[in-house]
Design a protein around this ligand. Structure first.
Ligand SMILES: NC(=O)c1ccc[n+]([C@@H]2O[C@H](COP(=O)([O-])OP(=O)(O)OC[C@H]3O[C@@H](n4cnc5c(N)ncnc54)[C@H](OP(=O)(O)O)[C@@H]3O)[C@@H](O)[C@H]2O)c1
Length: 243
């Protein structure tokens, strides 16, 4: 596919969900993908499936040195990084009165600092090349907040602010895209420990959801645009999701 073939795309959060779905589609279209996440078994299985146009680097995005190593490994193996998608994230929703401060801190470390470490690790390389594309995954919870998503939404509002500022600072050379999905059927939320939130989500089991592949198609649309076109924001909801 035009403007996808031979591009080197680094994806964090590539061991499941929308990151994994996008990696599969990108390789099918001729890109080279570098898969990053913590679960080695999943990453190994994916590389076995995708072949020599893929590699993995075990990465905890909350660790700055891990993210720097990820970008260095990608450049050492494939020669360059054309696209970085900061997609890793967690969503242990809870109400403030439950006081789950450890979970707030993990969300801040992964959902915000992980994005910042990605930008920091790849930006000098892209600026030196005079081109590149950085995407990050926010959420519709980064556009409008709701009860139990105070901290999760806070991290996603932060991603929005970071990416909008990044665009303003580097738009002469670098393409910047923020993805704001509504509900998608993935593993996200498996780590919710709040009984109140679990009860609410249990009742919402049949709510409309997109598939990870739907997000993959949108990300591929953004990456495949001609070099002079920047898709800044992608907001997607399943039919029937009001907020
Ligand atoms: N699903 C939705 O409805 C929805 C809606 C809006 C936004 N989003 C956002 O979309 C992104 C992808 O989520 P998903 O829906 O595809 O869910 P998912 O299947 O749970 O994927 C999350 C990915 O993030 C990785 N991850 C988590 N913590 C990490 C860490 N410390 N370091 C590196 N990787 C880490 C996970 O891999 P490991 O566990 O192997 O590390 C996994 O690959 C997230 O940022 C999420 O907030 C999702």
């Amino acid at each position: 596919m035009k403007n996808i073939e031979n591009k080197v795309v680094v994806i964090t959060g590539a061991s499941s969900g929308m990151g994994a779905a996008t990696a599969r589609k990108l390789v099918a279209l001729g890109a080279k993908v570098v898969l990053a996440a913590r679960r080695e078994d999943q990453l190994k299985t994916m590389v076995a499936e995708l072949g020599h146009h893929s590699m993995y680097v075990i990465t905890d995005v909350s660790k700055r040195t891990d993210v720097e190593n990820l970008i260095q490994q990608a450049i050492a193996t494939f020669g360059q990084v054309d696209v970085l998608w900061n997609n890793a994230g967690i969503m242990p929703l809870s109400f403030f009165e439950e006081g789950k401060v450890d979970e707030w801190e993990r969300m801040i470390d992964i959902n915000i600092k992980g994005v910042l470490y990605g930008i920091h690790a790849v930006l000098p390389h892209m600026l030196a090349r005079g081109k590149g594309h950085i995407l990050s995954t926010s959420s519709v919870a980064g556009l409008k907040t709701l009860p139990s998503a105070g901290v999760y939404g806070g991290t996603k509002f932060a991603v929005r602010a970071i990416m909008e500022t990044l665009h303003q600072e580097v738009c002469e050379k670098i393409r910047v895209t923020t993805v704001y999905p509504g509900a998608v059927a993935t593993e996200l939320g498996h780590d919710i420990t709040s009984p109140k939130v679990r009860a609410i989500y249990g009742q919402l089991e049949n709510m409309p959801k997109m598939e990870a592949e739907d997000i993959a198609d949108a990300v591929i649309y953004a990456i495949s645009q001609p070099d002079h076109v920047v898709v800044n924001d992608v907001v997607m909801r399943p039919l029937g999701q009001a907020r």
